[in-house]
Design a protein around this ligand. Structure first.
Ligand SMILES: [Zn+2]
Length: 258
Protein backbone atom coordinates (compact mmCIF):
# COMPACT_ATOMS: atom_id res chain seq x y z
CA UNK A 1 0.00 0.00 0.00
CA UNK A 2 0.95 3.60 -0.33
CA UNK A 3 2.82 3.38 -3.59
CA UNK A 4 -0.17 4.37 -5.68
CA UNK A 5 0.04 8.10 -5.01
CA UNK A 6 2.81 8.64 -7.53
CA UNK A 7 1.04 6.96 -10.41
CA UNK A 8 -1.14 8.68 -12.93
CA UNK A 9 -4.87 8.09 -12.82
CA UNK A 10 -6.75 9.11 -15.90
CA UNK A 11 -9.96 8.32 -17.66
CA UNK A 12 -9.80 5.20 -19.77
CA UNK A 13 -11.45 4.84 -23.15
CA UNK A 14 -8.61 5.77 -25.48
CA UNK A 15 -6.58 2.63 -24.93
CA UNK A 16 -7.19 -0.57 -22.99
CA UNK A 17 -10.52 -0.73 -21.28
CA UNK A 18 -14.10 0.26 -21.79
CA UNK A 19 -15.10 3.91 -21.94
CA UNK A 20 -15.54 5.48 -18.53
CA UNK A 21 -13.15 3.10 -16.82
CA UNK A 22 -10.28 4.59 -14.84
CA UNK A 23 -6.64 3.69 -15.30
CA UNK A 24 -3.61 3.32 -13.02
CA UNK A 25 -0.25 3.29 -14.80
CA UNK A 26 2.44 0.88 -13.67
CA UNK A 27 4.50 -2.16 -14.69
CA UNK A 28 1.10 -3.74 -15.30
CA UNK A 29 -1.39 -0.90 -15.92
CA UNK A 30 -4.79 -1.43 -14.29
CA UNK A 31 -8.07 -0.45 -15.88
CA UNK A 32 -10.94 -0.52 -13.41
CA UNK A 33 -14.60 0.21 -12.92
CA UNK A 34 -14.96 3.63 -11.22
CA UNK A 35 -15.88 3.02 -7.60
CA UNK A 36 -13.35 0.24 -7.18
CA UNK A 37 -10.48 2.63 -6.35
CA UNK A 38 -9.56 0.91 -3.11
CA UNK A 39 -9.51 -2.58 -4.60
CA UNK A 40 -7.63 -1.23 -7.65
CA UNK A 41 -4.93 0.16 -5.35
CA UNK A 42 -4.59 -3.22 -3.61
CA UNK A 43 -4.39 -5.06 -6.92
CA UNK A 44 -1.90 -2.50 -8.22
CA UNK A 45 0.40 -3.21 -5.27
CA UNK A 46 0.13 -6.97 -5.78
CA UNK A 47 0.89 -6.73 -9.49
CA UNK A 48 3.84 -4.34 -9.02
CA UNK A 49 5.37 -6.64 -6.39
CA UNK A 50 4.53 -9.73 -8.41
CA UNK A 51 5.85 -8.41 -11.73
CA UNK A 52 9.20 -7.36 -10.32
CA UNK A 53 9.68 -10.62 -8.39
CA UNK A 54 8.65 -12.76 -11.39
CA UNK A 55 11.05 -10.84 -13.64
CA UNK A 56 13.90 -11.62 -11.25
CA UNK A 57 12.95 -15.28 -10.85
CA UNK A 58 12.34 -15.97 -14.54
CA UNK A 59 15.06 -13.63 -15.86
CA UNK A 60 12.70 -11.98 -18.34
CA UNK A 61 11.03 -8.58 -18.64
CA UNK A 62 7.33 -8.39 -17.77
CA UNK A 63 5.12 -9.21 -20.76
CA UNK A 64 3.01 -6.58 -22.45
CA UNK A 65 -0.08 -6.84 -20.32
CA UNK A 66 -2.92 -4.92 -18.72
CA UNK A 67 -5.13 -5.84 -15.81
CA UNK A 68 -8.86 -5.24 -15.96
CA UNK A 69 -10.56 -5.05 -12.58
CA UNK A 70 -14.22 -5.67 -13.28
CA UNK A 71 -17.22 -4.88 -11.10
CA UNK A 72 -19.19 -8.07 -10.44
CA UNK A 73 -22.21 -6.78 -12.39
CA UNK A 74 -20.07 -5.98 -15.48
CA UNK A 75 -18.57 -9.48 -15.65
CA UNK A 76 -20.25 -10.44 -18.92
CA UNK A 77 -18.66 -7.51 -20.76
CA UNK A 78 -15.06 -8.48 -19.94
CA UNK A 79 -12.92 -9.77 -22.83
CA UNK A 80 -12.60 -13.56 -23.11
CA UNK A 81 -11.96 -16.24 -25.72
CA UNK A 82 -15.19 -18.13 -25.14
CA UNK A 83 -18.63 -16.84 -26.00
CA UNK A 84 -20.00 -17.58 -22.55
CA UNK A 85 -18.61 -15.78 -19.50
CA UNK A 86 -16.64 -17.76 -16.94
CA UNK A 87 -18.26 -18.53 -13.58
CA UNK A 88 -18.37 -15.48 -11.27
CA UNK A 89 -15.29 -14.57 -9.26
CA UNK A 90 -12.69 -16.38 -11.39
CA UNK A 91 -9.63 -14.38 -12.48
CA UNK A 92 -8.24 -15.32 -15.87
CA UNK A 93 -5.67 -14.36 -18.49
CA UNK A 94 -6.91 -13.70 -22.02
CA UNK A 95 -5.40 -12.80 -25.37
CA UNK A 96 -8.82 -11.89 -26.76
CA UNK A 97 -7.88 -8.19 -26.34
CA UNK A 98 -4.85 -6.06 -27.23
CA UNK A 99 -2.71 -5.95 -25.17
CA UNK A 100 -3.39 -9.32 -23.48
CA UNK A 101 -5.34 -8.84 -20.28
CA UNK A 102 -5.56 -10.23 -16.77
CA UNK A 103 -9.23 -10.06 -15.91
CA UNK A 104 -9.65 -9.78 -12.15
CA UNK A 105 -13.04 -9.89 -10.43
CA UNK A 106 -14.20 -7.39 -7.84
CA UNK A 107 -15.06 -10.32 -5.56
CA UNK A 108 -13.06 -13.53 -5.61
CA UNK A 109 -15.14 -16.72 -5.88
CA UNK A 110 -15.75 -18.49 -2.53
CA UNK A 111 -14.39 -21.62 -4.24
CA UNK A 112 -10.86 -20.31 -3.61
CA UNK A 113 -9.75 -22.09 -0.44
CA UNK A 114 -8.27 -21.90 2.10
CA UNK A 115 -9.12 -18.26 2.84
CA UNK A 116 -6.16 -16.65 4.59
CA UNK A 117 -4.29 -13.35 4.41
CA UNK A 118 -2.32 -14.86 1.52
CA UNK A 119 -5.22 -16.02 -0.69
CA UNK A 120 -5.77 -12.84 -2.74
CA UNK A 121 -2.06 -12.40 -3.40
CA UNK A 122 -1.49 -16.02 -4.38
CA UNK A 123 -4.40 -15.97 -6.82
CA UNK A 124 -3.26 -12.71 -8.44
CA UNK A 125 0.36 -13.94 -8.75
CA UNK A 126 -0.80 -17.26 -10.19
CA UNK A 127 -2.57 -15.51 -13.08
CA UNK A 128 0.29 -13.05 -13.51
CA UNK A 129 2.68 -16.02 -13.71
CA UNK A 130 0.56 -17.55 -16.48
CA UNK A 131 0.90 -14.28 -18.40
CA UNK A 132 4.70 -14.31 -17.91
CA UNK A 133 4.96 -17.95 -19.04
CA UNK A 134 2.83 -17.35 -22.14
CA UNK A 135 4.94 -14.38 -23.29
CA UNK A 136 6.65 -16.96 -25.54
CA UNK A 137 5.05 -20.06 -27.05
CA UNK A 138 4.90 -22.98 -24.63
CA UNK A 139 4.86 -26.63 -25.77
CA UNK A 140 1.90 -28.79 -24.94
CA UNK A 141 2.59 -30.44 -21.60
CA UNK A 142 0.70 -32.32 -18.88
CA UNK A 143 -1.85 -30.22 -16.96
CA UNK A 144 -0.04 -30.79 -13.66
CA UNK A 145 3.13 -29.17 -15.03
CA UNK A 146 1.23 -26.27 -16.63
CA UNK A 147 -0.38 -25.49 -13.27
CA UNK A 148 2.59 -26.41 -11.06
CA UNK A 149 4.60 -23.60 -12.68
CA UNK A 150 2.28 -20.71 -11.69
CA UNK A 151 1.59 -22.28 -8.28
CA UNK A 152 5.31 -22.66 -7.51
CA UNK A 153 5.96 -19.16 -8.90
CA UNK A 154 3.31 -17.58 -6.68
CA UNK A 155 4.82 -19.37 -3.67
CA UNK A 156 8.26 -18.13 -4.76
CA UNK A 157 6.99 -14.54 -5.01
CA UNK A 158 5.55 -14.91 -1.49
CA UNK A 159 8.90 -16.14 -0.16
CA UNK A 160 10.76 -13.36 -1.97
CA UNK A 161 8.48 -10.59 -0.74
CA UNK A 162 8.06 -11.88 2.81
CA UNK A 163 4.37 -12.80 2.59
CA UNK A 164 3.89 -15.50 5.25
CA UNK A 165 2.52 -18.73 3.75
CA UNK A 166 2.63 -21.01 6.77
CA UNK A 167 -1.00 -20.64 7.83
CA UNK A 168 -2.16 -21.04 4.23
CA UNK A 169 -0.09 -24.17 3.64
CA UNK A 170 -1.14 -25.68 6.98
CA UNK A 171 -4.80 -25.34 6.06
CA UNK A 172 -4.40 -27.19 2.77
CA UNK A 173 -5.91 -30.65 3.10
CA UNK A 174 -3.48 -33.36 2.12
CA UNK A 175 -3.96 -36.99 1.35
CA UNK A 176 -4.21 -38.19 -2.20
CA UNK A 177 -1.39 -38.17 -4.73
CA UNK A 178 -1.14 -36.15 -7.91
CA UNK A 179 -2.64 -38.82 -10.19
CA UNK A 180 -5.85 -39.27 -8.17
CA UNK A 181 -6.24 -35.55 -7.47
CA UNK A 182 -5.81 -34.88 -11.19
CA UNK A 183 -8.61 -37.29 -12.07
CA UNK A 184 -10.98 -35.80 -9.48
CA UNK A 185 -10.78 -32.22 -10.67
CA UNK A 186 -14.13 -32.11 -12.49
CA UNK A 187 -15.86 -29.79 -10.03
CA UNK A 188 -14.70 -26.63 -8.29
CA UNK A 189 -13.75 -28.46 -5.11
CA UNK A 190 -11.70 -31.03 -7.01
CA UNK A 191 -10.02 -28.32 -9.05
CA UNK A 192 -9.08 -26.49 -5.84
CA UNK A 193 -7.66 -29.69 -4.30
CA UNK A 194 -5.54 -30.16 -7.45
CA UNK A 195 -4.28 -26.57 -7.33
CA UNK A 196 -3.59 -26.76 -3.59
CA UNK A 197 -1.60 -29.96 -3.96
CA UNK A 198 0.53 -28.21 -6.60
CA UNK A 199 0.94 -25.16 -4.37
CA UNK A 200 2.19 -27.35 -1.51
CA UNK A 201 4.56 -29.18 -3.85
CA UNK A 202 5.77 -25.93 -5.43
CA UNK A 203 6.36 -24.23 -2.07
CA UNK A 204 8.25 -27.29 -0.78
CA UNK A 205 10.44 -27.31 -3.91
CA UNK A 206 11.21 -23.60 -3.53
CA UNK A 207 12.13 -24.11 0.14
CA UNK A 208 14.33 -27.11 -0.66
CA UNK A 209 16.07 -25.92 -3.85
CA UNK A 210 15.55 -22.14 -3.98
CA UNK A 211 13.57 -20.41 -6.74
CA UNK A 212 16.27 -20.70 -9.46
CA UNK A 213 14.76 -23.96 -10.76
CA UNK A 214 11.69 -22.07 -11.96
CA UNK A 215 13.74 -19.95 -14.37
CA UNK A 216 15.59 -23.05 -15.60
CA UNK A 217 12.34 -24.93 -16.09
CA UNK A 218 10.60 -22.04 -17.87
CA UNK A 219 13.54 -21.49 -20.26
CA UNK A 220 13.76 -25.25 -20.93
CA UNK A 221 10.06 -25.26 -21.84
CA UNK A 222 10.40 -22.17 -24.07
CA UNK A 223 13.18 -23.98 -25.97
CA UNK A 224 11.11 -27.15 -26.38
CA UNK A 225 9.68 -27.63 -29.86
CA UNK A 226 7.50 -30.73 -29.64
CA UNK A 227 4.99 -32.03 -27.15
CA UNK A 228 6.22 -32.66 -23.60
CA UNK A 229 4.79 -35.96 -22.39
CA UNK A 230 4.37 -37.22 -18.83
CA UNK A 231 7.83 -38.78 -18.58
CA UNK A 232 9.60 -35.76 -20.11
CA UNK A 233 7.70 -33.42 -17.79
CA UNK A 234 9.03 -35.25 -14.73
CA UNK A 235 12.54 -35.35 -16.24
CA UNK A 236 12.53 -31.63 -17.01
CA UNK A 237 11.31 -30.81 -13.51
CA UNK A 238 13.89 -33.10 -11.87
CA UNK A 239 16.73 -31.71 -14.02
CA UNK A 240 15.68 -28.12 -13.29
CA UNK A 241 15.69 -28.76 -9.54
CA UNK A 242 19.36 -29.73 -9.83
CA UNK A 243 21.42 -32.28 -7.86
CA UNK A 244 19.16 -34.44 -5.72
CA UNK A 245 16.08 -33.31 -7.61
CA UNK A 246 15.13 -36.73 -8.91
CA UNK A 247 15.42 -38.43 -5.50
CA UNK A 248 13.54 -35.61 -3.84
CA UNK A 249 10.63 -35.88 -6.31
CA UNK A 250 10.57 -39.64 -5.81
CA UNK A 251 10.25 -39.13 -2.06
CA UNK A 252 7.36 -36.66 -2.33
CA UNK A 253 3.88 -37.90 -1.32
CA UNK A 254 2.40 -36.18 -4.43
CA UNK A 255 4.19 -38.67 -6.66
CA UNK A 256 3.20 -41.77 -4.67
CA UNK A 257 0.37 -43.95 -5.94
CA UNK A 258 -3.09 -43.33 -4.54
ZN1 LIG B 1 -3.72 -21.64 -13.68
Amino acid sequence: MGRVEGSAVKEGGTRGGPRGYARLEGAIPIVYTPGLEERAAEVWDLLETGASALSEILLVEPPELEALLVADEDREEAPRENERPYPPGLPYFTRASRPPTLVLPQTLSPDFRPRTDATEALVAWHELAHAFLLRDPMPRSPAWLRELMPQALSAAVARKTGLPLEEHLERIKRGQGLAVTYQNRADAEGQMAFQNLLLALGAAAVDEFGDGFLGRLAHALWREQGIVDERQAEELLAASLGPGGRDWLGSRPEFQEG
